[in-house]
Write a protein that binds this ligand. Structure first.
Ligand SMILES: [Zn+2]
Ligand SMILES: [Zn+2]
Length: 103
């Protein structure tokens, strides 16, 4: 787990590393199965995922959709200039400060 800036949330959030992401993806899938079984899509179905994420991060996240995009490997490395992550692995410039990424 690492605190990184999230472009969608527009704030620093705890992001999951690849090992944690694997576990979270599994719990997420279980949540979707639960939604299917109960025929309703409610955050309670994702309680295991929320508990895992919140236990790990000390956060009190209640929205499973937010966790789905808080995986470190969805984003690029940090910008050399301002430290915000590039939006993708292949991004060529930083949308925050306009810094051109060094090859
Ligand atoms: Zn976010
Ligand atoms: Zn930047």
């Amino acid at each position: 787990m690492k605190i990184r800036y999230c472009w969608r949330c527009r704030m620093d959030v705890p992001m999951l590393d690849s090992e944690e992401g694997k576990i979270a993806s599994k719990l997420l899938a279980e949540g979707f199965q639960e939604s299917k079984r109960l025929k309703k899509h409610v955050p309670e179905n994702f309680k295991k995922l929320l508990d895992y994420y919140n236990g790990l991060t000390g956060f009190e996240e209640t929205n499973p959709n937010a966790i789905m995009h808080h995986f470190i490997n969805l984003y690029g490395p940090d910008c050399e200039n301002c430290g915000k992550p590039y939006r993708t692995e292949t991004a060529t410039f930083c949308p925050k400060c306009g810094n051109k990424r060094k090859g």
